[in-house]
Design a protein around this ligand. Structure first.
Ligand code: HEM
Length: 144
């Protein structure tokens, strides 16, 4: 059991670091989309690329590996639980969001602003909705 709790502890740690990027990167997109001078644009390109490659990718991978590992260890107990499959559905949405951020980073790298500042402000709020829903599902476990 102790081993399982270590998996869960680090699962939560990497979920937190993944969300640190999911919250900060779209905020950079908001400022980047309105940047007018070359120096600022080049600085945002470096910040976005580093945040995505150094923080978000490894965090997402480790959170998912540890989550699936726990799921396999507790398959008997959880495989028929609606809350877990709803949580995994939300995680699939998050992975899609994560990869759409990469598409935006690549466009900005070509100095293409593919969305408006207003779009990026709304886009920035979406991960927090998923976080609230996923944590309620895994902690409160409605529809046991
Ligand atoms: C494919 C992705 C994921 C899988 C398969 C997964 C699976 C799991 C499993 C099996 C547990 C242990 C439940 C227990 O025995 O108490 C767990 C715990 C947890 N997961 Fe995930 N997880 C995933 C992604 C995430 C994400 C993205 C979040 C955040 C939004 C998250 C938040 C949590 C939290 C907060 C706990 C601790 C719950 C508690 O101690 O009561 N997980 N996860």
């Amino acid at each position: 059991m102790t081993g399982y709790l270590w998996l869960k502890a680090f699962h939560i740690v990497f979920v937190v670091t993944w969300f640190a990027g999911l919250f900060y990167l779209p905020r950079l997109f908001v400022y980047h989309s309105t940047a007018t001078d070359e120096i600022s644009r080049e600085r945002f390109k470096v910040m976005e690329s580093k945040l995505f490659r150094v923080i978000m990718n490894p965090s997402m991978l480790l959170a998912l590996i540890l989550g699936v590992w726990m799921l396999l260890l507790s398959w008997q107990a959880y495989s028929d639980k609606l809350w877990l499959w709803l949580k995994i559905f939300l995680v699939v949405l998050l992975i899609g969001y994560h990869h759409y951020c990469l598409r935006i980073i690549k466009a900005f790298a070509q100095d293409q602003v593919i969305h408006s500042e207003k779009f990026f402000r709304i886009f920035n709020e979406l991960p927090s909705l998923v976080l609230v829903a996923a944590v309620i599902l895994v902690v409160v476990r409605p529809w046991q």
